[in-house]
Design a protein around this ligand. Sequence first.
Ligand SMILES: *Cc1c(COP(=O)(O)O)cnc(C)c1O
Length: 235
Amino acid sequence: MLQLLKDNLAVVEKNIADACKRSGRSRSDVTLVAVSKTKPNEMIGEVYALGVRDFGENYPQELKAKHDTLPSDIRWHMIGHLQRNKVKYLIERVCMIHSVDTEELAETISEQAVKHHLVMPVLAEVNMAEEDTKFGIRPQDAEDFVRRISVLPGIAVRGLMTIAPYVENPEDNRVHFRNLKNLSIDIGRKNIDNVAMCELSMGMTNDYVVAVEEGATLVRVGTGIFGARDYSAAI
Ligand SMILES: *Cc1c(COP(=O)(O)O)cnc(C)c1O
């Protein structure tokens, strides 16, 4: 298993490095978030041993269990749809919440953060392709959304996140990544207090190369590192 994970990780690393080179970016501007949902601690431990420190999870209880068992210098990213009553499991365990898509959720995160004397970095999730099946705010509502949540004391808006559609050809998602980047530049120019548009979380196994070329600072790669997921084994 270790050799397979090592080979997978080497491929992903090379693809990211090549995409950075092609687009004139520095490799250090892109963080690889290894998406470990449904994967056992043993596998995560092996990827950790290969040097990865950023891991992404979708389910609060699963994240809590893994956080409380695995090495404490792992940076856990919450990337999945989040219900308000689950925020309490995450507030002291994650370095960033990528999936903030309602004011109510932002308020709950802020309340919990204040209670724990911390400020939680968050990203606003934008549904760039405006798919009915996806969570996320509409692109045209993003600036207003960011303005509204920016006043909450327990969160710091650090950028935008999107989950692009599933497509056969990753080039088809380039437009969504480019539009997210432009949206982030537009909002950044408004100089809203307490908002820094420095992170763009975009790109998954199928399309992270295109996302890096278009400016991703966080790519969320699961299958490409860990192999296909078996949801029946999830916590
Ligand atoms: C599962 C998941 C990923 C990783 O998907 P892969 O296609 O396996 O790389 C990335 N982002 C989000 C939000 C996810 O839910």
